[in-house]
Design a protein around this ligand. Structure first.
Ligand SMILES: C[S@@+](CC[C@H](N)C(=O)[O-])C[C@H]1O[C@@H](n2cnc3c(N)ncnc32)[C@H](O)[C@@H]1O
Length: 238
């Protein structure tokens, strides 16, 4: 899939968001393995959509939609659902998932930074396990882009690897996460995957994201640190 017409040209100094970061997702086999390891669960997607008030006729955009499960479940309940991702392989997998269940959604090959939402203001924007792909400076620009695509009062849901431990404890907390989360090969994400995440990706502290969300024009409705290394924000566009 070529980059969609929902992207905008960028100057040479702009962050290259189409270049892969972290674990390899560059082949159909790697994408299928990702989908298995991620534990894709339509019931969990439905529960999240219920919490966010997504109903028939809602307009939802899922940024960095990956294998598309949340978008597909939104479309199945009659929402106007859009999945956005930089990866052709992810979008192909997501489209095939939608076709299998007869769900109709908009799929856009675009990034957090260059996606231009042309379908009218969204009621809900979501992004899960992906904002950490951008360094903090660029996360702020991505959040400004999110705010621009939402209607006033619209909801932004962010789930990610987000740190809420005291900074001085970083070594022990990260080591504990890697040791408890890592699975044997073929049974999930491995210890090496989590090590690479910390080393090469850009997960950050909740208190940094709070400042960014506020500066992007969001009111934080709730912040739930589910563990010292993961958490969610539910925000309302002012
Ligand atoms: C770890 S996966 C998460 C996928 C999905 N949201 C989920 O919860 O399973 C990260 C996704 O972010 C996508 N991605 C990476 N950088 C991106 C960017 N700058 N803009 C949009 N998508 C991006 C990758 O292609 C991949 O599909």
């Amino acid at each position: 899939m070529p980059r969609s017409d929902t992207t905008r040209p960028r100057p040479a100094w702009f962050f290259r968001e189409y270049e892969p970061v972290g674990i390899d997702l560059g082949s159909p086999a790697a994408v299928a393995a990702y989908d298995r390891n991620q534990g894709t669960d339509p019931d969990a997607d439905d529960a999240l959509l219920d919490r966010l008030g997504v109903v028939a006729g809602s307009r939802l955009v899922d940024l960095a939609c990956g294998t598309g499960s949340l978008v597909v479940q939104a479309a199945r309940r009659g929402a106007e659902a859009h999945g956005v991702d930089v990866s052709e392989e992810m979008l192909a997998f997501a489209q095939a998932r939608a076709e299998r269940v007869g769900a109709s959604a908009g799929w856009h090959r675009a990034g957090f930074l260059d996606y231009v939402h042309r379908a009218g203001h969204a009621d809900v924007v979501t992004t899960k396990s992906a904002l950490h792909q951008l360094p903090d400076f660029w996360k702020q620009q991505a959040l400004l882009n999110v705010a621009g695509m939402l209607r006033p009062g619209g909801t932004f849901y962010l789930w990610d690897v987000i740190f809420s431990f005291p900074p001085a404890d970083f070594e022990e907390r990260l080591q504990r996460w890697i040791e408890t989360a890592g699975r044997p090969e073929d049974q999930g994400f491995t210890r090496a995957d989590f090590e690479a995440h910390v080393r090469e990706e850009f997960s950050t502290y909740a208190w940094i994201l709070e400042g960014m969300l506020e500066r992007a024009g969001f009111e934080i409705v709730s912040h739930a640190p589910r563990t010292p290394t993961h958490g969610e924000f539910v925000c309302r566009r002012r």
